[in-house]
Design a protein around this ligand. Structure first.
Ligand SMILES: Nc1ncnc2c1ncn2[C@@H]1O[C@H](COP(=O)(O)OP(=O)(O)OP(=O)(O)O)[C@@H](O)[C@H]1O
Ligand SMILES: [Mg+2]
Length: 582
């Protein structure tokens, strides 16, 4: 019921259309309800009484009733579809808007397919509940009540007899409805499983092919597919059982009526027309009951979907502006970590007691073995995650106290795995500053040493780069990502392995671009190749979530710690492999 109330809040803006639609639904249903009564009149007043005038009146009446019914039917269908579609658009947009606000951790703990299924399958399920179910529910409820009244008017004893079977029918609907609801949930989940496997395997097609895991994936998909089949069949089986059961109960009722009603006609207590009209009402009655039970099933499915949609809407982002957060004024770029600890999963520390200060314009390099926590440090600065202990300040202001937008606007990130959007080169660079001029975009591309290869492509800046930039090489993608960051003109710059996918020559080109980019900005440079970090003002050496050494290149090499060891390994292997990774 609460779910319904909440859904109704989305319907509210379209109340006018809903009211008119309901009027149409009721009038169309009333026309249906009138048909048995016409038949009664035909039999009793025309055929039995052999009245020609009455015949003409009734014939005209039938045509008018059906004409009006058509008009109302159009009204109900069009208006309900309108309201349903509008509500769905609103809900889908609200859902998407909310997803955009949710924190990284939300997306990391869920499968992409499941999230996609909320917006596609679940919202579609809601649509059918709102449009078809409402029309059917109102129509059938009206016909149900109208038929019952008509029956009592025709012969109340016969009606009472008929309705002794009804409680049985309702009981059956109740039991099966509950089962259908849970079957509906399982069905939606299985559908999401399929989408999820599909999504993952399409994305990972290279991995699958390189490991020759096609058969393995086919089998895995087959399994999910079969589970889906089972869930669908369970639901269909319940449907298949429910329908004949109700029909059988209805048939028993009809037999009783024919037997008792026939006696009443023979005894002269009931006209033949009235008995036939009564029977038609009873048959009409099985329709609403049957349809209402189907609607009930659909509504249960939709409510399960609504529940999932609202669960998403009710999820609070882990990271959001605290009440009273102010905008971070333009910064000079002093970044401090004060005893910062962090864990992605409770009990598994990724950063332990990190303290560091980067003064405005400084270049801070972070090096260390894979998994040491370098990217994690970078993640905390734009508040992709909040530290579990300690504080991070920029220009002395705790970043938790400022608005996310004002903080992130001033931070540029070239991540370890660059993500580009399907679109043109130009659009992808423009993403860094949507208001930038064409000249600024080209200047950024030049600064990132990307202009050359862009101009060599057939359509230059208008070249479509494919989904996730698939039509570009890794190094080209990275240079576009750098151009995008340059265009943003941030005061704090984070480069996470920004040159790792490049050969030595393009690395030199990109490095040159980055050097220009870093001037006057506080930059955090994460790199495996120590050659790129030698010029850093400070080098932080990380191991297992801790900073184990700090200092300039020269100082660190002299102390003979982890850094000097790493440096020695790379230095020694330089002749044959200039960029051995640590
Ligand atoms: N989103 C996440 N959820 C849970 N654990 C994570 C997540 N990201 C990283 N970790 C864990 O945190 C630790 C530090 O990871 P991080 O990505 O910071 O390493 P890194 O130093 O950047 O390594 P690399 O050089 O390979 O990029 C690792 O043990 C990793 O497994
Ligand atoms: Mg990393």
């Amino acid at each position: 019921m609460n779910l319904y109330k909440r859904l109704l809040t989305y319907v509210k803006p379209y109340m006018f259309q809903v009211v008119v639609a309901l009027g149409c639904i009721i009038l169309a249903a009333a026309a249906n309800l009138y048909v048995p009564w016409i038949i009664k009149d035909v039999i009793d007043d025309v055929l039995t009484a052999k009245d020609m005038t009455m015949l003409n009146i009734i014939a005209g009446g039938i045509i008018i009733v059906f004409l009006l019914r058509g008009v109302f039917f159009y009204g109900q269908t069009y208006l309900m579809a309108f309201v349903g579609q509008r509500v769905i658009i609103d809900i889908r947009e609200a859902l998407y808007r909310h997803l955009q606000r949710l924190s990284l951790s939300y997306f990391e703990t869920r499968r992409t397919g499941a999230i996609m299924s909320y917006i596609t399958n679940d919202v579609a399920a809601l649509q059918s509940a709102l449009v078809e179910s409402v029309i059917e529910m109102v129509t059938e409820a009206f016909i149900l009540v109208g038929s019952i009244i008509a029956m009592f008017v025709l012969h109340w004893k016969l009606s009472l007899l008929t309705f002794t079977t009804l409680p049985l029918v309702f009981q059956a609907i109740n039991i099966f409805g509950r089962k259908l609801r849970s079957a509906g949930t399982v069905m939606q989940e299985r559908a999401a499983d399929i989408t999820s496997v599909l999504q993952e395997t399409v994305l990972a097609v290279r991995v699958i092919k390189s490991f020759v895991r096609e058969d393995y994936e086919i089998e895995r998909f087959g399994r999910e597919n079969y589970h889906n089949f089972r869930a669908q069949m369970k639901s269909s089986q319940l449907m298949a059982t429910l329908t004949p059961l109700i029909e059988f109960l209805a048939a028993i009722g009809v037999t009783v009526i024919i037997w008792y009603g026939g006696r009443e006609v023979i005894n002269g207590n009931l006209t033949s027309g009235a008995l036939i009209a009564f029977l038609i009402y009873v048959v009409n009655l099985t329709n609403p009951v049957k349809r209402l039970s189907r609607v009930y099933g659909n509504v249960q499915k939709a409510l399960a979907a609504a529940q999932r949609v609202f669960d998403v809407l009710d999820t609070r982002p882990d990271i959001e502006d605290m009440p009273g957060a102010t905008d971070l004024p333009p910064i000079s770029g002093e970044v401090s970590f004060n005893n910062v600890s962090f864990e992605y999963k409770p009990g598994e520390p990724a950063l332990v007691d990190i303290s560091l200060t980067a003064r405005p314009g400084q270049m801070v390099a972070i090096v260390g073995p894979s998994g040491a926590g370098k990217t994690t440090i970078a993640n905390l600065i734009p508040r992709f995650y909040d530290p579990t202990a300690g504080t991070i300040t920029i220009d002395g202001t705790d970043i938790k106290t400022v608005t996310l937008a004002s903080l992130r606007r001033q931070i540029g990130i070239v991540p370890q795995e660059t993500m580009l959007f399907n679109g043109t080169v130009y659009e992808n660079i423009l993403y860094g500053d949507l208001g930038a001029s064409r000249e600024a975009v080209i200047a950024a591309a030049k600064a990132a040493n990307a202009d050359n290869f862009i101009m060599e492509m057939s359509q230059g800046y208008e070249t479509q780069i494919g989904e996730r930039g698939a039509k570009l090489s890794g190094g080209q993608r990275q240079r576009i990502a750098i151009a995008r960051a340059i265009l943003k003109n941030p005061s704090v710059l984070i480069l996470d392995e920004a040159t790792s996918a490049l050969d030595t020559e393009s690395e030199a080109l990109v490095q040159e671009a980055l050097d220009k980019l870093m001037v006057g900005r506080t930059s955090f440079v994460i790199a495996h190749r120590l050659s790129t970090v030698q010029r850093a003002d400070v080098i932080l050496v990380m191991e297992r979530g801790r900073i184990v050494e700090t200092g300039s290149h020269a100082a660190l090499v002299n102390t003979g710690g982890l850094y000097s060891k790493l440096y020695q390994i790379q230095f020694d292997s330089r002749p044959e492999a200039p960029a051995k990774e640590v």
